[in-house]
Design a protein around this ligand. Structure first.
Ligand code: SAM
Ligand code: SF4
Length: 331
């Protein structure tokens, strides 16, 4: 079984694994207020099925796994799953993206299971604005979860802020100031278009303007070694002089980083999507449920490599109104 290298010589070393498509929040940029038709439980891959795919991929060079969703902490047994994943030879980096609603209760056990990297979505420091974005009045619980994660030792804690014009873009300076008080790594993420196209058109804010705004207000930012963080993707990272935290900008839309893309996404119902902005997917569930061998799983991984597009097809799928809700793919 050879390394996971696609026809454009990109090595695939990073998989984002969605353990559920369900979520306890309803972020405006991610899914509709009324929720979605969740995938029936028997159509979701079991943890054993997920682990099987990851074990085969790890033998072929997969190094990093990020657990995501939906909200991964709503699925029962996720801590045991992390514990098992942590023992897979070859997986050097294990990370989790969460909305932090359950983090206060779970941070200690997640740490004990061997998890060290957590990204937390927090789009506002103002409880009222936060409630408007996530459509739940839950800021305090989320903030307590963040502080608990810091207390039990997660370092650095990354805070993901999806910026929307006219919604939370007036809080950029507040988030930058947070890095002076806390050792957090605040990462502003450009709003990516998904099924809610009309909202995207109204509130998308390209980032060059935001970077300029931060430089005007705070003076020159100190760039951190290499604008890119390798496996962590297309982030440009900076520090304010003397600040314990870091400010990052992820130009998810205005810059394309397809030529260095190293990732694929495994959805909760067992498909691997080789590109966020493409409809292509390879199904693994049928094979897994029909007693397939590891060689067959490896063969399906070859198909993923083969169909991974050279460049994303955002313009085309947007034009054809075929964008998917982010919650179904895992962000
Ligand atoms: N529920 C978890 C959370 O919110 O952290 C994990 C799943 S969520 C789909 C993963 C990431 O995708 C979050 O950081 C979220 O902010 C981001 N995301 C969702 N929709 C997005 C969009 N339209 N544009 C940019 N980021 C988005
Ligand atoms: Fe849920 Fe995360 Fe999507 Fe918000 S971004 S609705 S928390 S899956």
């Amino acid at each position: 079984m050879g390394a996971l290298v696609d026809p454009y010589q990109r090595s695939i070393t990073y998989m984002r694994v969605s353990v559920t498509d369900r979520c306890n929040l309803r972020c405006v940029y991610c899914m509709p207020e009324e929720g979605l038709n969740w995938t029936p439980t028997d159509e979701i891959l079991s943890y054993d099925e997920l682990l099987r795919i990851i074990r085969v991929a790890a033998k072929r060079g997969l190094q990093k796994v990020r657990i995501t969703g939906g909200e991964p902490l709503v699925r029962k047994g996720v801590i045991g799953f992390i514990d098992q994943m942590n023992q897979i030879p070859g997986i050097e980096e294990l990370a989790l993206t969460t909305n932090a609603v359950f983090l206060k209760q779970m941070a200690g056990d997640l740490y004990k299971a061997g998890l060290r990297r957590i990204n937390i979505s927090l789009d506002s420091l103002n409880p009222k604005t936060f409630a408007e974005v996530v459509r739940r009045d839950i800021f305090d619980m989320v903030w307590e979860g963040i502080e608990e994660a810091e207390r039990v030792g997660f370092k650095p804690l990354k805070i993901n802020v999806v910026l929307q014009q006219g919604v939370n873009d007036h809080e950029v300076a507040d988030f930058v100031n947070l890095t002076r008080r806390k050792p957090y790594h605040v990462r502003f993420i450009e709003y990516m278009p998904c099924a809610n196209w009309d909202t995207w058109v109204k509130t998308y804010k390209p980032f060059q303007a935001v970077v300029d705004e931060v430089e005007d207000k705070f003076g020159e930012l100190i760039p951190l070694n290499g604008a890119n963080e390798g496996n962590s993707g297309p982030a440009e990272n900076f520090r304010l002089p003397g600040a314990p935290g870091v400010v990052g900008f992820i130009h998810a839309v205005s810059h394309d980083f397809c030529d260095t893309c190293n990732r694929v996404r495994l959805t909760a119902d067992g498909q691997i999507r080789p590109c966020l902005f493409s409809e292509i997917a390879v199904d693994f569930r049928d094979a897994l449920r029909n007693d397939c061998s590891d060689e067959e799983i490896a063969g399906l991984l070859d198909q993923v490599l083969f169909v991974k597009p050279e460049y994303h097809e955002l313009d085309m799928i947007a034009e054809q109104k075929k964008l998917t809700n982010m919650v179904s793919i895992g962000g």
